[in-house]
Design a protein around this ligand. Structure first.
Ligand SMILES: CC(C)=CCC/C(C)=C/CC/C(C)=C/CC/C(C)=C/COP(=O)(O)OP(=O)(O)O
Ligand SMILES: O=P(O)(O)OC[C@@H](O)CO
Ligand SMILES: [Mg+2]
Length: 244
């Protein structure tokens, strides 16, 4: 049930006009279904433009129920941010078709993607090829544990840049710099700046962003879309600070 395959075009358009985008990340394992209506009331009063749904794991197989409920309460685009090929539902509008480019684990470079095709082959989801780059956020994160890969050090700026450009040259439509959910340190603005200034495709940045100052630092450094999950889970007051 997509919005006629226009979500990527809208991201490109926003980048062109320097309109910054903000996604709330909803973890299907953590959100309470009954809380979705009230949560989305606040989301609609905020500067949030996108809804991402996914988790490094989805033990209770909650994703589809969560997405269906969300779709009843919002017109914002809903994109799956999958931790595995099992996290796919037609109830969403699209899917970030991730490949974990920072790691060297074939399971997350290509096997998960092959496994997902049975569900995607007749799908109407907008599929957006995304190069996903895990960067050290100062704590061992869920993505690191699940994918059994190491993040790239924040000191290795050239390796980060070259990984992002290798993604672009391979045909990825988005690059996602990820410090990991609940990271202690967000991706450094200097890294965001270095990558965004060389990259032609839109840049997503997420992990450990907990304040307006950090959000603006990411935007000013060149992030086109920022993702925030944990900070809203822990403190909805922060969401209320981001009024339109
Ligand atoms: C293309 C398809 C169908 C799947 C791709 C599968 C790949 C390559 C995933 C990349 C590695 C991975 C495990 C990503 C997870 C991304 C994600 C949803 C992170 C959010 O993590 P949380 O579940 O919020 O972590 P916490 O539980 O620590 O908060
Ligand atoms: O939960 P936080 O730390 O906001 O991270 C968001 C997202 O980038 C995690 O995959
Ligand atoms: Mg999380």
């Amino acid at each position: 049930m997509n919005q006629s395959k226009t979500m990527y075009a809208a991201i490109i358009q926003a980048k062109k006009e320097n309109r910054k985008l903000l996604a709330v990340l909803i973890d299907p394992e953590k959100i309470k279904i009954a809380h979705i209506p009230a949560f989305f009331k606040k989301i609609h009063e905020s500067i949030i433009t996108h809804v991402f749904v996914g988790g490094s794991t989805d033990e209770g197989n909650q994703l589809e129920t969560v997405v269906k409920t969300i779709k009843q309460h919002t017109k914002l685009p809903v994109l799956i941010f999958p931790g595995s090929h099992e996290q796919i539902t037609e109830a969403a509008d699209g899917i970030l078709f991730l490949s974990l480019l920072s790691g060297r684990n074939p399971t997350y470079l290509i096997e998960q993607q092959v496994q997902s095709v049975a569900k995607l082959i007749n799908s109407t989801l907008e599929i957006i090829p995304t190069g996903y780059i895990l960067i050290d956020g100062g704590v061992e994160t869920a993505v690191q544990r699940v994918s059994k890969t190491q993040p790239i050090s924040q000191e290795a700026e050239t390796e980060i840049l070259h990984t992002a450009l290798a993604g672009q040259f391979s045909g990825k439509k988005l690059i996602y710099l990820e410090a990991g959910s609940g990271a202690k340190k967000m991706v450094k603005p200097e890294i965001i700046k270095k990558v965004s200034s060389q990259l032609q495709i839109p840049l997503i940045v997420g992990g450990g962003i907990k304040s307006k100052t950090q959000l603006n630092a990411a935007f000013n450094a060149g992030a086109d879309l920022v993702v925030i999950g944990t900070a809203f889970e822990e403190n909805e007051g922060f969401l209320e600070e981001l009024k339109r």
